[in-house]
Design a protein around this ligand. Structure first.
Ligand code: ADP
Ligand code: MG
Length: 273
């Protein structure tokens, strides 16, 4: 099986004054085509740093000091800024927690999707607008012909997140990182967006890293799970194994912390399970 992403022995160093030396230390995991690997763990455990490293978006004060992050065998740690910009968009994309801050408040949502097409394709302005409407349809936004000219504040939170997903998919990357992408949404909207992500996986052959501090969300979508604790991997296995038979006290605690009824609630709203 070809791996879409192979993270090997990655260590990212924190600034000197920090409470620990590494944001992530000697972590390894991989994703095959079409897989959803969920990265879970407490706040500060290193989930976002892992995502940022893979995407080439590490803040300046953090440094990947060891290891490799191979995107279809190309090490993104060795890619120059131009190559990384190229890869982001065409091969990999990221969807963040807060669509309101990810979007430009004073630009029409259609333009924000078309902008990605302008950077990465030779399409004309008219073709870009047409394409933006098509992608908005693909993420099941209502009345894209009209919504294409809306501003972010005119949309609901769930709709805004769909715009971010549309923008991420604009140039058809095969690999998507979702960093707490549904955490800011209401439970019912969460389930809708999760269903959409699952549908899009089929339609566009996507591979996801799905980051969440919320294990109830992760349970129904993950093939495998990486459990992180203070920058290290506690457990890495199929999610069935981890949910049904967690080996480490840390993982057991995370699972026990899921509010009663929440898993049933999400399961009821999701098509899967
Ligand atoms: P989370 O699992 O909540 O996403 P992060 O990956 O954001 O955790 O953070 C991992 C560790 O790295 C934390 O200890 C955090 O304080 C530290 N860290 C993250 N970003 C920075 C930064 N820009 N400067 C200093 N420390 C940071
Ligand atoms: Mg985070």
């Amino acid at each position: 099986m070809t791996l879409v992403l192979d993270v090997k022995n990655l260590s990212v160093e924190l600034p000197q004054s920090s409470d620990r030396q590494y944001a992530v230390e000697d972590i390894s995991f991989s994703l095959g085509a079409g897989e959803i690997v969920c990265v879970v763990g407490e706040s500060g455990s290193g989930k976002s740093v892992t995502a940022q490293t893979v995407m080439g978006l590490l803040p300046r004060e953090l440094r990947a000091v060891r290891g490799q992050t191979l995107l279809q065998e190309e090490d993104t740690l060795l890619a120059d800024p131009k190559r990384l910009r190229d890869l982001r968009g065409t091969r990999m994309a990221m969807i963040f927690q807060e669509p309101m801050t990810a979007l430009n408040p004073v630009a029409r949502v259609g333009e924000q999707i078309a902008e990605v097409l302008e950077i990465h394709t030779d399409l004309s302005a008219i073709e870009r607008r047409k394409k933006a409407i098509e992608i908005m349809e693909a993420v099941h936004l209502p009345d894209p012909q009209k919504m294409v000219d809306s501003y972010p504040h005119q949309l609901s939170g769930g709709q805004r997140q769909r715009i971010c997903i549309a923008r991420a998919l604009a140039v058809k990357p095969e690999f998507i990182v979702c960093d707490e992408s549904v955490s800011a949404l209401d439970v019912s909207v969460q389930a809708q967006v999760l269903n959409l992500l699952l549908d899009l996986r089929e339609e566009f052959n996507l591979t996801y890293i799905f980051i969440s501090h919320d294990l109830s969300v992760v349970k129904f979508i993950s093939d495998r799970m990486v459990v992180m604790n203070a920058g290290q991997i506690e457990e890495y296995d199929s999610s069935d194994v981890i949910y049904n038979n967690p080996q480490k006290a840390y993982t057991q605690k995370l699972i026990q912390a899921i509010p009663k009824g929440e898993i049933a609630d999400i399961e009821r709203r999701l098509k899967v399970g």
